[in-house]
Design a protein around this ligand. Structure first.
Ligand SMILES: *[C@@H]1O[C@H](CO)[C@@H](O)[C@H](O)[C@H]1NC(C)=O
Ligand SMILES: *[C@@H]1O[C@H](CO)[C@@H](O)[C@H](O)[C@H]1NC(C)=O
Ligand SMILES: *[C@@H]1O[C@H](CO)[C@@H](O)[C@H](O)[C@H]1NC(C)=O
Ligand SMILES: *[C@@H]1O[C@H](CO)[C@@H](O)[C@H](O)[C@H]1NC(C)=O
Ligand SMILES: *[C@@H]1O[C@H](CO)[C@@H](O)[C@H](O)[C@H]1NC(C)=O
Ligand SMILES: *[C@@H]1O[C@H](CO)[C@@H](O)[C@H](O)[C@H]1NC(C)=O
Ligand SMILES: *[C@@H]1O[C@H](CO)[C@@H](O)[C@H](O)[C@H]1NC(C)=O
Ligand SMILES: *[C@@H]1O[C@H](CO)[C@@H](O)[C@H](O)[C@H]1NC(C)=O
Ligand SMILES: CC(=O)N[C@H]1CO[C@H](CO)[C@@H](O)[C@@H]1O
Length: 398
């Protein structure tokens, strides 16, 4: 059923910075070295575009005409990370590191554009990196930029196609030597370079917050450990039973100049955290009971569920109003309200898109499940929000 849909949960977490990328120069903001790290140059005049008199992105009071050198719309950046405590260990990344989710531009208020340039979407990031001689980066990504279902390449493509295409300063006409899709390589290396200055596990460990099955931490202590590391508030997402498990973290930035060779400055969150007062920092690879609607509850409290509370499912193609996943056409069963996709036995239903790219059935984009389906976990997905795990179904162009 759900397995029928390709699932790139935006689930997935980082540690000691490796020396793959070095040469970062830190000043008031964080100036990320243009020539050493990034295979491209902006067309910006660095002195004119990053001096004290030009506004930070999101802080301009007049229209900025050159969006090749001023990030807009989408002047607020999130470097997002996962702590995939409940993913199969092969897909969860190092035990002592969070992993990369992505680099997302937003409209300075938490709203954002996505899939901004269909013509620039890519399906061969591995080849593009190889063509650029970036084999070391590829290895790094297979360690620290993990898809929790094991499909790293698809996850990277999703991140570039959905978010990378919405960064104004990365548009091809803004790149001095645009060639061989170096926009993709720039996006990837800039994301990694920001991730490397944000070693969450280390930040937490420095304040005595380490993965443990038998300790909860005050969320306020977690937040202050992170806030003291960057000077600004991040957004922290928890999931599992009572949303008690640290799972995702968004660090926020504003910029001057281009993402290619400008400055990133830590900024306060423009969206709220969702964690309760007491949270677990659950060790990766240590099972947590997973109650399902069909199996008896496990008795080992106070342990939490390992289920995620949100997920994103990509539906690959559409023909008119019918949607098809990699497993076949999708339909909602009229009796039990489940969403099924299969080569045979499914009556296709009419779906529509919301403007934000969510799959809509019967005028609603609400879907839910009792257990969040991940790579190997199957669980029926129902229309409506009556079940505990909210599922986000995203329409994605092939
Ligand atoms: C900031 O610049 C962007 C890009 O030109 C523009 O869309 C936006 O309206 C400007 N904001 C203000 C307050 O002028
Ligand atoms: C990546 O795919 C695009 C579009 O299919 C193609 O033009 C390009 O040559 C490919 N790049 C590599 C390095 O394979
Ligand atoms: C608590 O968890 C820590 C880290 O997982 C472990 O080292 C320790 O032995 C545990 N203590 C008990 C009493 O289980
Ligand atoms: C992480 O910890 C789990 C549980 O102790 C273990 O099974 C796994 O091999 C470890 N993974 C790595 C990469 O060290
Ligand atoms: C869904 O939206 C995408 C992008 O806007 C569009 O290409 C596609 O045709 C839409 N599909 C349906 C069924 O409306
Ligand atoms: C719902 O109905 C479909 C089609 O009859 C069936 O395949 C599926 O197992 C049912 N799911 C549930 C949860 O009852
Ligand atoms: C669609 O929604 C309406 C009201 O929200 C409801 O009455 C109707 O049964 C729904 N149809 C299906 C096929 O779920
Ligand atoms: C959700 O639960 C409510 C209350 O039990 C019920 O009235 C409603 O029909 C349910 N909705 C769906 C889509 O199953
Ligand atoms: C091509 C195709 O399968 N079209 C179907 C789309 O969904 C509607 C509504 O269920 C069907 O009537 C079409 O046959």
């Amino acid at each position: 059923m759900l397995s029928a849909l390709f699932f790139t949960a935006c689930l997935s977490s980082f540690t000691h910075a490796s020396s793959v990328l070095n040469g970062r120069i830190e000043i008031d903001g964080i100036l990320l070295d243009p020539t050493l790290l990034i295979p491209g140059r902006s067309k910006c005049n660095i002195l004119n575009d990053i001096n004290p008199f030009v506004p930070l992105s999101c802080h301009n009071t007049t229209v900025q005409s050159n969006t090749c050198c001023f990030n807009a719309p989408g002047g607020h950046f999130l470097q997002t990370q996962f702590w995939d405590y409940n993913s199969p260990v092969d897909f969860a990344g190092p035990n002592n590191s969070w992993t990369i989710h992505g680099l997302w531009p937003d409209h300075c208020d938490g709203t954002f554009d996505q899939f901004c340039a269909p013509g620039r979407e890519v399906s061969n990031i591995t080849q593009i990196l190889q063509q650029h001689g970036e084999n070391e980066i590829l290895d790094y990504m297979h360690t620290f930029w993990k898809d929790n279902t094991g499909n790293d390449e698809s996850f990277w493509e999703h991140e570039f196609n959905k978010h990378g295409t919405c960064i104004s300063t990365l548009e091809p006409q803004c790149i001095q030597n645009f060639e061989d899709r170096n926009d993709v390589v720039i996006f990837i290396k800039r994301t990694i370079s920001l991730f490397q200055i944000l070693p969450t596990h280390k930040f937490l460990k420095a304040k005595g917050i380490v993965p443990s099955t038998n300790t909860t931490y005050k969320f306020s202590d977690v937040l202050s450990a992170l806030t003291s590391a960057t000077g600004k508030n991040p957004t922290v997402q928890c999931n599992g039973r009572n949303k008690q498990f640290l799972n995702e973290l968004w660090y926020h930035f504003e910029t001057k100049g281009s993402v290619i060779d400008g400055i990133f400055t830590h900024a306060d969150a423009d969206s709220d955290s969702n964690c309760p007062d007491d949270v677990y920092y659950w060790p990766k690879g240590v099972p947590t009971p997973t109650p399902t609607p069909t199996s008896a509850p496990t008795s080992s409290s106070p342990t939490p569920t390992s289920t995620e509370d949100k997920g994103t499912i990509q539906v690959f193609t559409s023909t008119g109003s019918n949607f098809t996943s990699s497993k076949g056409p999708c339909g909602v069963d009229s009796i039990n309200g489940t969403l099924n996709c299969a080569a045979t036995g499914v009556t296709p239903s009419d779906f529509t898109n919301s403007t934000s790219g969510l799959l809509v059935f019967n005028a609603s984009s609400l879907f839910s499940a009792d257990v969040l389906p991940t790579g190997t976990i199957q669980s029926p997905v129902f229309i409506g929000s009556n079940h505990s795990q909210v599922i986000t179904l995203v329409y994605t162009r092939t």
